[in-house]
Design a protein around this ligand. Structure first.
Ligand SMILES: Nc1ncnc2c1ncn2[C@@H]1O[C@H](COP(=O)(O)OP(=O)(O)O)[C@@H](O)[C@H]1O
Ligand SMILES: [Mg+2]
Length: 377
């Protein structure tokens, strides 16, 4: 089913968060209609879509009914079940296909895929019981991080273990479910490559992006990353090999650690546009969101040329502690772009929006993005 889905058609999005919102905005600009499906109401995506369907992802009849109203389905939420992706695929093309989702939505499967294909990964082990956790910690060493195998994002379900005696407490926090144990990587930088593969196999990428996390949540992204050319080339070639091995169609992000001795390790794969690629919306000829629309619709990929150095900072719920932030203050900086996701409830650690700053140098962009956020507080 290598059909091209032309503007005027309807794209179905499983999931309804900010990634869907920005994908929908890009799609609508190109003349597509957008339907979104999730358990939520008045969602970030629903607010800008033509139609918002509220149902559970497990409701396969609702998924099939949704699929009948659209010409192609993609997702912005990687924890949609493979059954749901398969039910949709009975009716319309699902891009990327459900098996890419299956591999990447569960950490042990994803690590297995990466290791089996020879990609460099963090030393890790899957565990199902407290005893297995204790044994794995003995082998991997401490400090380590225990991560639930499924449904993790923004550091949710992650716990640092300082000593083997800590295993009991952490197993309680993990909630006695399948988990992976990873050695804490002593990295000098975190990097990501947002890449895309078209229906015809064409590859495109947005270069290497430098990322800083705070409390396991992305805080700052900078593009282009300040890394040697050979590191950048290797990261891009790994991203290319990942999309090719997965026979992927759409946008995907590979997150990396750059160790202090200059080695790249793959941290994880996100089968969708990624927070670190938000700066492409303002800084590149084609954004990661438009690229996703082009790829899943079978259109030619767009140029990823970056027009100016850029930095992005996330705006989390904490920013609302003393009331509504001072938007006007930050927007007085003319090279700052504000993005808000329409979420009514600013809970701590919740991603509410981001700002992107453009400048002549990456240092200037970082300085301005950070200054803009400081003006909001
Ligand atoms: N093994 C590790 N060593 C060092 N830092 C880590 C490790 N695993 C996770 N982190 C930190 O936590 C962040 C989020 O972890 P990640 O595995 O990417 O989960 P999520 O799915 O929540 O993004 C990483 O970007 C990194 O900053
Ligand atoms: Mg991550």
């Amino acid at each position: 089913m290598n059909r091209v889905i032309l503007p005027g058609s309807t794209i179905g999005l499983l999931g309804s968060g900010q990634l869907g919102r920005m994908t929908a905005l890009a799609a609508r600009r190109m003349g597509y209609r957008v339907h979104t499906f999730s358990p939520g109401e008045d969602t970030p995506t629903g607010q800008v879509a033509d139609l918002e369907i509220t149902a559970e992802y497990e409701d396969l009849d609702a998924i099939r009914a949704f699929a009948k109203g659209v010409q192609v389905i993609t997702f912005e939420f990687e924890n949609v079940s493979t059954e749901a992706a398969a039910a949709a695929a009975e009716i319309v093309p699902v891009r990327p296909h459900g098996s890419a989702l299956h591999v990447t939505q569960q950490r042990s499967r994803e690590k297995g895929f990466l290791a089996d294909h020879g990609f460099p990964v963090t030393p890790c082990e899957g565990v199902h019981t407290l005893d297995e956790l204790a044994v794995a910690l003995g082998r991997i060493g401490v400090p380590a991080i225990v991560k639930t195998a499924a449904f993790g994002y923004d550091g949710k379900g992650q716990h640092r273990v300082a000593s083997i005696e800590d295993a009991d407490r952490v197993w309680g926090l993990v909630g006695h479910q399948e988990a992976i144990v990873e050695r804490v990587v002593d990295f000098s930088l975190e990097l990501s490559v947002v890449a895309a593969r078209g229906l015809d196999g064409t590859f495109a990428h947005f270069g290497v992006i430098e990322n800083e996390h705070r409390n396991h949540i992305l805080d700052l992204s900078v593009s282009p990353a300040r890394v040697p050319d050979d590191v950048a080339a290797e990261a891009i070639s790994i991203a290319r090999a990942v999309v090719e091995q997965l026979d992927y169609v759409g946008v995907l992000c590979v997150e990396f650690f750059l160790t202090r001795n200059g080695r790249l390790l793959v941290n994880e794969i996100a089968p969708r546009p990624h927070n670190s690629g938000h700066l492409t919306f303002d800084a590149c000829v084609t954004s990661q969101f438009e690229q996703q629309v082009r790829a899943v619709c079978g259109l030619p990929l767009g140029a990823t040329t970056q027009m100016r150095p850029a930095a992005m900072v996330n705006l989390l719920g904490e920013l609302w502690t003393d009331g509504e932030p001072d938007w006007g203050g930050a927007l007085a900086l003319p090279d700052v772009k504000l993005h808000l996701y329409g979420k009514p409830d600013p809970r701590p650690r919740r991603k509410m929006g981001h700002v992107t700053a453009l400048a002549d140098t990456v240092e200037g962009a970082v300085e301005m993005a950070v200054a803009a956020r400081a003006l909001l507080a």
